[in-house]
Design a protein around this ligand. Sequence first.
Ligand code: OOG
Ligand code: NI
Length: 465
Amino acid sequence: MSSDDIRHRFSLAMSKMYQKEVPLYTDLMNLVAEVNKDVLDKQPEIAEQLKNTNEIDRLSMERHGAIRLGTAAELMMMRRLFAVMGMHPVGYYDLAPAGVPVHSTAFRAIDTASLNNSPFRVFTSLLRLDLIGDATLKQQAQAALDARCIFTDDAIKLIKIYENEGGLTNEQGEQFVQEALETFRWHEQSPISKDVYEQLAGQHQLIADVVGFKGPHINHLTPRTLDIDAVQQGMQRRGITPKAIIEGPPRRYCPILLRQTSFKALVEAVSFKDVEGQYESGQHTARFGEIEQRGVALTPKGRALYDQLLTEAREKLGMTPNEDNAEQYYRLLSESFAAFPDDYQTLHHEQLAYFLYQVADKEAFANQFVDPSSNELSAANLQSLIEQDIIRIEPIVYEDFLPVSAAGIFQSNLHRDSENSYDGQSNKQEFEQALGMRVQDELALYAQRQNESLQACLASLRQVA
Ligand code: OOG
Ligand code: NI
């Protein structure tokens, strides 16, 4: 069974499991499907663009999930597990400066064909116990984490078979999907006592969410919408309470990067195990639903501008955006982002975003460039070919995440508004050591895709010439 196939099946199995666990997620999926259909019906230019980029078929199966891990060993094995499904670590996100004691990567497919076959991704965080101040508690947490094994024996067996034989049979692939799913399941019984749970939660709720459970339950799944503002309004109409702020850039004609919003985490019954082995009932808040709208990936120059404008808006607001200042925040955000060009031609011309190059009109090319020498047909006269509609540009969709947004999603599901931030530098090296490899640079991947499409495009025109 191909890795793409395993990933596709796993993504479906995960969605089915989460729908059973969190029925509100089903409502959200239905709402997103409705909104997407509406956008495609009413805005044929968006449908056209998604056809040109081959995203149209993946849209309805597109989703990401998120998990939080406790130890380096868990992260290492998780990396091996995802590799079976063709998912590799891309990007490094340090959330400590935003007051969330984790650092993260995203496991996802890398090449275009695989992404279009199944764009399933998992935002994966590793808890930073080193940021817990209380030494005794740190020890208790470490002991609880060391005592658990989050993978089934058969999942580990199949991972090793995959690594040794370079693949799995159909039967093994099916079994792998079932075994891997077990790791992400919700457990209503906590292996720790209510007392320890509460102490951990007192340090940071997130610590209790990781240490207090048998495994890294999937904490949300996120379908992709073509109009996040419409979904946000639709949620309110359906009685699903969304978080106050849509994270990321403001609404634009040409969407950039990623906009995200979620509905609040559910309060769920949990039973805790005390020292005598008796169960005591309590509750836990961790699992929610999220939606995202994806736009064009930005170049380093575009990303720097994005970060600058976002920071500007937030500094003017002077505090974390919340429901009381939402309107003011959106106003500041759109004022600030007036400086970010909002048409694809300018985004391309100023090298703010990444694009796919496609041949739009071979005939026009053949007629005009009667005897084009191969020198003439180069990246240098690209702009003129684009202006003459011989080459068309299509936005490369952003496949990754944003640290400020991710922190906002985390925070919206924690009770207290923790303004604090952890200092202690970003620890990418330590993260990669735990992971057992380096994370891929997402910007390099977009640049490579852009360049490959350009070469293919020029090669195809040279044939005409
Ligand atoms: C992850 C939150 C971040 C996103 O989409 O940015 C995230 C978590 O809550 O574990 O999922
Ligand atoms: Ni998410």
